[in-house]
Write a protein that binds this ligand. Structure first.
Ligand code: SF4
Length: 313
């Protein structure tokens, strides 16, 4: 057995860049947009405290002052990628906070504004599984007839005790129900999980990965838990009440997870980065490229790849 040929890449997992070239016939660059959304876990609807690892600052752009329009943000980001990479095709990525948390008309106006811009071939929207209506899922189903569409649902863990500890404000059942409602409409579904959450063992993390592998999910972002200043989790870390994963544990767990994921699941992220101004730990993860190289090396050492041990249930 060898790695799937349809990836058309030199990696040992199906990375987003390769997937987009294979699917669209050309590269596409994701343009990060902060459309000014908040989050029900921050505005008091569910909680005012947020998830315990969340810094609540939303984006660097928002910290600088009034947000430019979606049109202006896209124009600036396109210009950047055109000059840097010669990019020609783009995906509008509504990244900051809960990007389906608003009235249907407001949401549609913002998404339409993005999709009307020249050379935008798709849209990707990050949100919570408890914050999207059937009508908005229908809207994405319509967009999917003419554009490349992703919805990203944050999960982090399937374990109720962990979700409660994190103050996520939703449970696994809500996540699985929303995925079921979204699937089968031409919409690509991505989920986020976090490794190294307080109280979770290697078996717990593998159980989350197995659950994701069994759902109709098309892509995954695997994050490393970071301790950041100004967060509840950062306080717990500084008080010595929680510990962070070592590099060896993280790399081993990422590779164990990749081995059981389906071959067609697109790997959109394999670690966390950024937040340098409030970064506390783990120290070894400050450099994203070092972590990615370690994962490549471990897969090579094992002579392994994403899906090597995947079994369809
Ligand atoms: S759902 Fe996202 S934006 Fe909202 S509190 Fe949690 S991490 Fe922060």
């Amino acid at each position: 057995m060898s790695k799937p040929e349809f990836w058309n890449n030199t990696k040992r997992y199906y990375d987003l860049k390769s997937y987009l070239v294979n699917t669209l016939g050309h590269p596409a660059y994701k343009l990060q947009i902060d459309a000014g959304f908040t989050c029900p876990n921050r505005d008091g609807s569910l909680s005012r405290n947020g998830c315990i690892y969340c810094d609540g600052r939303f984006s660097k752009l928002r910290m600088q002052g009034p947000l430019p329009s979606v049109t202006d943000q896209i124009a600036r980001a396109k210009d950047f990628y055109r000059r840097l990479r010669g990019a020609e095709h783009f995906i509008a990525y509504f990244q900051t906070a809960t990007n389906t948390y608003g009235s249907y008309d407001t949401l549609k106006a913002l998404y339409d504004e993005a999709l009307l811009q020249q050379d935008i071939v798709g849209i990707s929207v990050g949100t919570r599984p408890d914050s999207i209506s059937g009508k908005v899922i229908d809207l994405f189903g319509e967009y999917a007839k003419t554009h490349h569409v992703w919805i990203e649902y944050g999960l982090q863990s399937i374990h109720e005790r962990t979700l409660t500890l994190l103050n996520r404000g939703h449970n696994y059942t809500t996540f699985a129900d929303t995925v079921a409602k979204t699937a089968g409409r031409g919409i690509n579904i991505c989920t986020h999980i976090i490794l190294g959450l307080p109280g979770e063992s290697h078996d717990d993390m593998m159980a989350t990965a197995r659950a994701v592998a069994a759902l109709p999910i098309d892509g995954i972002k695997i994050h490393l838990l970071l301790a950041l200043q100004g967060t509840r989790l950062g306080d717990l870390y500084e008080a010595g009440e929680i510990s962070m994963l070592s590099r060896e544990e993280y790399v081993r767990t990422v590779c164990d997870i990749l081995e059981i994921l389906p071959p067609a699941m697109v790997i959109q992220r394999l670690t966390a980065d950024g937040y340098q101004d409030i970064y506390l730990a783990p120290e070894w993860a400050r450099n994203k490229m070092t972590v990615l190289n370690e994962i490549d090396r471990e897969l090579l050492r094992r002579d392994s790849w994403q899906s090597k041990f995947y079994r369809k249930e």
